[in-house]
Design a protein around this ligand. Structure first.
Ligand code: 2P0
Length: 351
C-alpha cells in the first residue's frame, strides 16, 4: 500500500535494530471506563480506568523494518490498510522511528481475531501488539511501563493490554507539563484477592459502530452536562473497585462496574447530539442480567462503544449465565472469556 507520507527525522542512524519482530496481545474490557481525553495528541485521559485483559480474541502483529521501502506497507487481516486505519498506524510508526532514530519504513502485517470497530476492544489488542512488535523491530529497549506509555499513543485502551489480568491506567496529574504528563500516564497491574472471574460476552451486533469512540468521547466531553459529574464519581468508583478487587468481592466488583458503565452511557446520551450505542438487543440482555440477580446469581453487565454486553460473573456460574444470555440473544453469539495474558513477543531478539 503506497500513500504520501512525510519523511521521519533521523537522529541516531547508528542504532542497531532487530529488524523484525512479531507480538501477540489480547483485548481488555474496562470495569472502570476510560471516556474522554484531556490531550488528544498525547492520548491523555480525563479519568483513571481499570480493566481485565481477556484470554480470547488475540491480535498477532509482525513488523519488519524495510530499508528498501519508500512507504510503510500495512495489511490488516490480509488486506491493505487505508484511510484512517493506515494513518493511525503510520503516525504510530513515526513515533517509534523518532525515538529509535531510524527513518526506515516498515512492513506491518496484523491479524485480528475480533471484529474490528465493534466495541470489542480491537484497538486495544491491535496497538498493544503493534507497540511491542515495532519497539522490538526498531531496537527500542523498553520496560513494560515504557511499552504501556507507547501503546497509549496508538490507542488509549492499548496501554492496559500490555498487562495481563487486571490493569489500572493512570490518567496522570492535570497540571503537569506535556513531558511530565506523558511520563505519568501508563498502566500497571492491579493486585487482587481470591477472584475467579469470567466475562460472558453477548455479541448482539458485530458490525462496525456508526460513531468512532474517539469522536464520541470528544463530543461527550465538549457537550454533555453529565460528563463532569460522571468523571468525579468515576474516581470514587475506582477507589471502591480497588478495594473490592483486593477483597475478592465479586458482587462489589460487579456492582461498581455496572454503575460505572451505565453512568458513562448516560454521559453520551446527554451529549448534543446524543451518542447512543445501546440498542434494543442490549436492553434485552440487560433484563436477563437483572433476572439472573433476582435468581441469586452474581451477574453484572458492562458495555463499551457498541451494543454488545459483557457480563461479569464467577467462573463457576459461567454455564448458567451463558444459558440465560443465550436465551436473550435472538440474533448473535455468546462467548466466554477469562483473564488473559499481557502482550508478548513471539520472535525478535528475545527481549
Ligand atoms: C474503555 N473505551 O475504557 C473505554 C470504554 C470504550 C468505552 O477505550 O481514542 O479505542 O484510541 O484512545 O481506546 C475505546 O477507546 O480510544 C475505549 P482512543 P479507544 O475501554
Amino acid at each position: 500500500m503506497h500513500t504520501e507520507q512525510p519523511a521521519t527525522p533521523v537522529h541516531a542512524p547508528e542504532r542497531r535494530t532487530t529488524g523484525r519482530a512479531t507480538a501477540v496481545a489480547h483485548p481488555n474490557i474496562a470495569l472502570i471506563k476510560y471516556w474522554g481525553k484531556r490531550d488528544e495528541d498525547l492520548v491523555l485521559p480525563r479519568v483513571d480506568s481499570l480493566s481485565m485483559t481477556l484470554d480470547i480474541f488475540p491480535t498477532t502483529t509482525g513488523v519488519r523494518v524495510a530499508p528498501e521501502a519508500e512507504h510503510d506497507a500495512v495489511t490488516l487481516g490480509g488486506r491493505p490498510a487505508e484511510g484512517d486505519a493506515l494513518r493511525r498506524v503510520v503516525d504510530f510508526l513515526d513515533l517509534v522511528r523518532e525515538r529509535a532514530g531510524i527513518a526506515h519504513r516498515a512492513v506491518v502485517e496484523s491479524e485480528n481475531t475480533v471484529p474490528t470497530g465493534a466495541g470489542l476492544a480491537s484497538s486495544a489488542s491491535g496497538f498493544a501488539a503493534l507497540a511491542a512488535a515495532a519497539a522490538a523491530a526498531y531496537g527500542l529497549d523498553l520496560d513494560a511501563t515504557d511499552l504501556s506509555r507507547l501503546a497509549r499513543r496508538g490507542s488509549g485502551s492499548a496501554s492496559r493490554s500490555v498487562f495481563g489480568g487486571f490493569a489500572l491506567w493512570h490518567a496522570g496529574p492535570e497540571s503537569a507539563s506535556a513531558a511530565e504528563a506523558d511520563l505519568s500516564s501508563y498502566a500497571e497491574p492491579v493486585p487482587t484477592g481470591e477472584l475467579d472471574p469470567a466475562l460472558v460476552i453477548a455479541v448482539v451486533n458485530a458490525g462496525p459502530k456508526a460513531v468512532s469512540s474517539r469522536a464520541a468521547m470528544r463530543r461527550t466531553v465538549d457537550t454533555s452536562p453529565l460528563y463532569e459529574p460522571w468523571a468525579v464519581s468515576s474516581g470514587q468508583d475506582l477507589t471502591e473497585m480497588r478495594a473490592a478487587l483486593l477483597a475478592g468481592d465479586i458482587e462489589a466488583v460487579g456492582e461498581i462496574a455496572e454503575r460505572n458503565a451505565l453512568g458513562m452511557h448516560a454521559t453520551m446520551l446527554a451529549a448534543r447530539p446524543a451518542v447512543r450505542y445501546l440498542s434494543p438487543a442490549t436492553l434485552t440482555v440487560l433484563d436477563s442480567v437483572l433476572q439472573l440477580r433476582r435468581d441469586g446469581i452474581a451477574a453484572y453487565a458492562t458495555m463499551d462503544a457498541g451494543p454488545n454486553v459483557k457480563v461479569l460473573c464467577r467462573r463457576t456460574d459461567t454455564d448458567r449465565v451463558a444459558q440465560a444470555v443465550r436465551a436473550a440473544v435472538t440474533d448473535g453469539s455468546v462467548l466466554v472469556a477469562g483473564p488473559g495474558p499481557g502482550a508478548r513477543l513471539l520472535h525478535g531478539d528475545g527481549r
